[in-house]
Write a new protein. Structure first.
Length: 479
């Protein structure tokens, strides 16, 4: 680390900034504790004064005060720019993310990203996620803007708490309102589902839907999509309630936010793929209901499992992405979003080409896994304990994830020497096991994990940076 000594602490050079009559910098003590130092007038900040400096703990109040002084620390919308979401379950990875982003020309970062489900498992609040990312931005001196993703929102209460914390990108997850049974239902069953839809909430009727979708084919660039009675009823039966829920959430957010913001709609966490006609139906209905969105995540063909590369036929995925991208250009333009997008290295060049770089990559648990790689390097005993816990907890913790790891295929803890531990993160089954058991690991070893990473932060940042260099290479301009 390039640092200079200040009152027996070290300061991060990228954080030193003068605004008005005051100078602000981030300091780090020998024990890894960080404080904000303010030289000069310090109105609005709370801390302990020592001579000419006010030393401030990294509290939400001090984070808010610093954002007010340095506007580039405030999250903002990113629009249609190629973007990457960098989820951080520990609140320590942002400097590593930024170091990779600096090298990826044309890629805009979302640096605060966590779902309400992950908040519960990590014991963090949306405000803590936002503030942790902001302190990382300040530490690295990143001034080119970043977004903040309130991920997989399901309720208006979730929307309220994330809006209050300053998030700018709201991912609506209407998956609970998707009827996957419509995917294989008979025409008679579909007719019953179609008639029973909440037509008032949809501001429509069966006859109006037939007039809109059955009148003529939809011409999209080099392809044509055609609805018949069955495909219309199947698309509506499967997704109409999800569309109504997304519209309700959009109107709620629009009513409570008085600043720029943007919406993503996600239907990726469903049991069946989103066909092209179903995507067209979703987009058409959202637009008809007045919803404006910047990104949409369909459920693509194949398997996007957590923390590992794509499982499936890449030619089939390319054809699938091509159709979805044509719809996104026709009904937007808006970005296609790759959820569970981390480590899908075989997919990235295809997605970039088919979307013409109008794409959003969403990652989450992969940063936690690379933190474990750093721990394996610097504290083998702690890593062994976390890895053993993964075997203990996998069958239970996997229930809310779509994964296919088998513990019997993973390297057995007792068979590994210390220098073999980092490579555990490269083995498919072990990687998925460690991914889905993160909540259990944090509950048992969270304090040790964070203390180890703080004490070895350059090793941590290096692991994150190297991993995200691989992720972002295909998305950067000129690639």
């Amino acid at each position: 680390m390039n640092t200079t000594t200040l009152l027996s602490q070290t300061t991060y050079p990228g954080s030193v900034v003068t605004a008005g009559e005051s100078t602000y910098s981030l300091l780090c003590a020998d024990d890894g504790a960080k404080r904000l130092a303010v030289a000069g007038p310090a109105a609005g900040f709370d801390g302990e004064r020592q001579g000419d400096l006010l030393f401030c703990p990294l509290t939400p109040a001090n984070a808010a005060a610093l954002r007010a002084v340095l506007p580039w620390l405030q999250a903002r919308p990113l629009g249609l720019q190629t973007s990457a979401g960098c989820g951080d379950r520990l609140g320590l990875a942002t400097p590593g993310h930024i170091r990779a982003i600096r090298k990826a020309k044309g890629v805009a970062p979302i640096l605060a990203q966590q779902s309400i489900r992950e908040n519960a498992r990590t014991g963090r609040t949306p405000q803590e996620v936002m503030d942790d990312a902001m302190w990382g931005v300040f530490q690295e001196g990143w001034r080119d803007g970043f977004g903040a993703d309130a991920d997989h929102l399901k309720t208006t209460d979730d929307a309220d708490v994330t809006a209050a914390a300053g998030y700018t990108f709201f991912t609506i997850d209407p998956g609970d309102h998707v009827d996957d049974s419509a995917h294989t239902a008979s025409p008679a069953e579909l007719a019953k589902k179609f008639d029973a839809l909440p037509w008032s909430a949809l501001d429509s009727s069966p006859d109006q839907q037939r007039a809109l979708y059955l009148a003529a084919p939809f011409d999209l660039e080099d392809r044509q999509l055609v609805f018949d009675e069955v495909t219309l009823m199947r698309a509506a039966g499967k997704y109409a309630r999800a569309v109504a829920h997304a519209a309700r959430m959009y109107r709620h957010l629009d009513g409570i936010l008085d600043r720029p913001w943007e919406l993503e709609v996600s239907v990726d966490e469903t049991a069946t793929p989103t066909s092209h006609v179903e995507h067209l139906y979703i987009a058409s209905e959202l637009r008809r209901l007045g919803v404006r969105w910047v990104s949409l995540a369909p459920r693509y063909v194949g398997s996007f499992e957590k923390g590992v590369d794509y499982i499936g036929d890449l030619d089939a995925l390319q054809a699938d992405l091509a159709g979805h991208a044509a719809i996104a250009r026709a009904f937007g333009p808006y970005k296609l979003s790759l959820h569970s997008g981390s480590d899908k290295f075989s997919v990235y060049p295809i997605a970039v080409a088919e979307t013409r770089r109008v794409v959003h990559l969403k990652t989450a648990g992969t940063s936690y896994l690379e933190a474990l790689r750093a721990i394996a390097q610097v504290d083998p005993a702690l890593f062994r304990a976390i890895y053993a816990l993964a075997f203990e907890r996998y069958d239970e913790d996997r229930r809310t994830y779509h994964v296919s790891a088998q513990p019997a295929r993973a390297p057995q803890p007792g068979s590994l020497s210390d220098d073999q531990l980092p490579a555990v993160l490269d083995q498919f089954d072990a990687r998925e096991m460690l991914h889905v058991t993160f909540g259990s690991a944090l509950a048992r070893y969270g304090s040790d994990i964070k203390a180890t990473l703080r004490a070895n932060e350059e090793a941590h940042y290096a692991a994150i940076e190297a991993h995200f260099d691989r992720h972002l290479a295909a998305f950067a301009e000129g690639k």
